[in-house]
Design a protein around this ligand. Structure first.
Ligand SMILES: Cc1cc2nc3c(=O)[nH]c(=O)nc-3n(C[C@H](O)[C@H](O)[C@H](O)COP(=O)(O)O)c2cc1C
Ligand code: SF4
Length: 459
C-alpha cells in the first residue's frame, strides 16, 4: 500500500501517470458516449448511466416527511440530469431510525412524498426532457439506531468486542430476538407498498454500512436461525427481498445495496477470511449472496463496503481529509478507488444481466467520467454512481451529457465535512459548494458536539 496523498492532478495524463507509478489497474476511456446511453433496469429504463447514490441529509421532518431542505436536495438531484436517483435511507420502523430527522415513509405522509416526486419529475423534464428512475432505500439502522435526541439506542444482532463500547452496547439487552427479526419483513413490505403508491419506481432493501441487515450478514456468533451459517446470516435479507417482490408484483423495481466487504475482522465482518485480519477479503460469500439475491428477484444492485462510523471510512469513500478522530489512511486514495471498482466488477460478473451501480468515483473529481466510461465499456458495471459528488455538483450529469466535461470548481473536494456534520448529529449537505447554508450549520454542530463531549468528560 502506498502513502496517502491529497488529490493534486490538473490533467487526466497526470492521473494516469500516478496510476502507473502505483502499479494498480485502473482504466480510463476518452470516449464518454456509453455514459449517455439508456440503461434497462427491470421494468424501467434509466435515460442515461449516471446515478445519484443515496445521501442521507438527516433533515426530514420529525414525522419522517420531506422538509424544505430535503425537498431542495431532491429537486437539485432530479434537475441535474442523472438517469437514476437512489433516495436516501428511509427507516421502516421508528426504533430503527438513525436520528430523529431520518426520512420515514408512513401512511400519514405518503401524499407529501407523492407531491415531491411529481415536482421532481417536472423539474427533471423542464431541465433535461427526461425523468430519472426513483429508488427508495429502506433501512433499519440496527447498531446505529438513535431515534431520540443524542442518546444511542442500539439494536444489534450480535455482540461485537470492537464496536460495542463505541456504539453504546453495554450488555445483551441490545441484542434483538429472533421474534423481532421475524417481524421485520412485513415492515419492509408495508414501506414498499407505500413507496409504490407514492410513485417511486422501486425500493432498495439496504444491507450495507453495518446497519442491521448488513451486520446480520456477519453474525457468525449469533445463535439460532439468523446467525452462524451462511444460510442463517442471509435469511432475513433474502426473506425480505422475496416478500417485497411478491407484494409489489413485477412492475416495480426491487434493489439491494449491500456490503461486499466489511473491513472488519472475522467473526464480526462479512466478506472476510477467517484469519482475523481486517484487510483479508474473501469473495466467496458475497458472490454467493449476489446470485441468491438475483434468484430472489432483485432487478438492481449496488455494492458498497466498509463501516463509515469506524476507523477505515476510506473503504466506503476515498477522501483527502479525515473527519475528527479518524486516522489518515495507510493507502493512496487511488488504491481505495480501485478496491471499490474491483468489488463492483465481482458483483456485476456474478449478477449477469442484473445491472450493478458502481461507486468510488467522487474522489476522481472532473476525471471521474473517463473511469466510469471505461468500466461500462468493460462490462464491469452498468451505471456510474456519485454520492458526495451529487450533493456538491448535482448537475454534473447534464454537463457531461451536453459538453463532455465536468467543471473542476464545482466538484466535491473530499473534505469529509458533510460526514462530520452527520457525526455531530446535524442536518447535512455540502459545506464547500453549498456554503451559505451548510457553512454556518457545520460550525454550529461542531461547537455543540464539542460542548457535549466536554460535559460528558466532566461527569
Ligand atoms: C453524508 C453522507 C450520507 C450518506 N448517506 C447514505 C445513505 O443514506 N445510504 C447509503 O447507502 N449510503 C450513504 N452514504 C454513502 C454514499 O452513498 C456513497 O456510498 C459514499 O459516499 C461513496 O461514494 P462517493 O465517493 O461517490 O461519495 C452517505 C455518505 C455520506 C458522505
Ligand atoms: S462537504 Fe462537500 S466537498 Fe466536502 S466531502 Fe462533503 S460533498 Fe464533498
Amino acid at each position: 500500500m502506498a502513502q496517502h496523498e491529497k488529490f493534486n492532478f490538473s490533467s487526466l495524463e497526470e492521473v494516469e501517470s500516478k496510476i502507473g507509478e502505483l502499479g494498480i489497474e485502473l482504466a480510463c476511456s476518452r470516449d464518454l458516449s456509453i455514459l449517455k446511453q439508456p440503461v434497462k433496469i427491470g421494468c424501467r429504463t434509466a435515460p442515461n448511466a449516471f446515478a445519484v447514490l443515496p445521501m442521507e441529509g438527516c433533515d426530514a421532518l420529525p414525522s419522517g416527511g420531506p422538509s424544505e431542505l430535503l425537498r431542495d436536495r431532491y429537486l437539485r438531484f432530479c434537475a441535474g440530469g442523472a438517469g437514476l436517483v437512489w433516495w436516501e435511507a428511509c427507516a421502516v420502523v421508528e426504533e430503527g431510525r438513525a436520528n430523529e430527522l431520518q426520512m420515514m415513509l408512513t401512511d400519514e405522509n405518503a401524499e407529501e412524498f407523492a407531491a415531491l416526486l411529481k415536482e421532481c419529475d417536472e423539474a427533471a423534464i423542464a431541465a433535461n426532457g427526461v425523468k430519472p428512475v426513483h429508488i427508495l432505500q429502506l433501512t433499519h439502522s440496527g447498531r446505529y439506531s438513535r431515534p431520540v435526541g443524542h442518546t444511542p439506542a442500539p439494536i444489534v444482532p450480535q455482540r461485537d468486542p470492537i464496536l460495542d463500547a463505541r456504539t453504546g452496547v453495554k450488555d445483551d439487552s441490545a441484542v434483538c430476538t429472533d421474534e423481532y427479526l421475524d417481524s421485520l419483513p412485513a415492515r419492509y413490505v408495508h414501506s414498499a407498498l407505500l413507496a409504490k403508491k407514492a410513485g417511486f419506481d422501486g425500493v432498495d432493501i439496504k444491507a450495507c454500512h453495518r446497519y442491521l441487515m448488513s451486520e446480520l450478514l456477519a453474525s457468525h456468533t449469533r445463535p439460532g436461525k439468523y446467525g452462524g451459517s451462511f444460510e442463517n446470516r442471509t435469511r432475513l435479507l433474502l426473506d425480505t427481498v422475496r416478500a417485497v417482490r411478491e407484494a409489489v408484483g413485477p412492475d416495480f423495481i426491487v434493489a439491494s445495496r449491500f456490503n461486499v466487504f466489511d473491513a472488519h475482522p472475522y467473526p464480526y465482518g462479512f466478506g472476510q477470511l477467517p484469519d482475523g485480519d481486517v484487510w483479508s477479503f474473501d469473495e466467496s460469500e458475497p458472490i454467493r449472496l449476489t446470485r441468491l439475491l438475483c434468484e430472489a428477484g432483485v432487478d438492481l444492485l449496488s455494492n458498497s463496503a466498509g463501516n463509515p462510523y469506524y476507523i477505515y471510512p476510506q473503504v466506503t469513500r476515498p477522501f483527502d481529509t479525515s473527519s475528527q478522530g479518524i486516522p489518515t489512511p495507510e493507502e493512496h486514495p487511488l488504491e481505495s478507488v480501485r478496491r471499490l471498482f474491483w468489488l463492483t466488477s465481482l458483483v456485476q460478473k456474478a449478477a449477469g444481466d442484473v445491472p450493478v451501480i458502481g461507486n468510488g468515483y467522487t474522489w476522481l473529481r472532473q476525471f471521474a467520467p473517463y473511469f466510469g466510461a471505461a468500466n461500462l465499456q468493460a462490462g464491469t458495471a452498468r451505471m456510474v454512481g456519485f454520492g458526495r459528488g451529487s450533493i456538491a455538483y448535482p448537475d454534473a450529469p447534464r454537463d457531461v451529457m451536453q459538453n463532455d466535461t465536468m467543471q473542476p470548481n464545482k466538484c466535491c473536494v473530499a473534505c469529509s465535512r458533510c460526514t462530520q456534520i452527520m457525526r455531530d448529529h446535524g442536518r447535512t449537505g455540502c459545506v464547500i459548494r453549498n456554503a451559505k447554508i451548510y457553512g454556518p450549520l457545520y460550525k454550529q454542530y461542531r461547537e455543540e458536539a464539542d460542548a457535549r463531549a466536554a460535559a460528558a468528560a466532566n461527569k
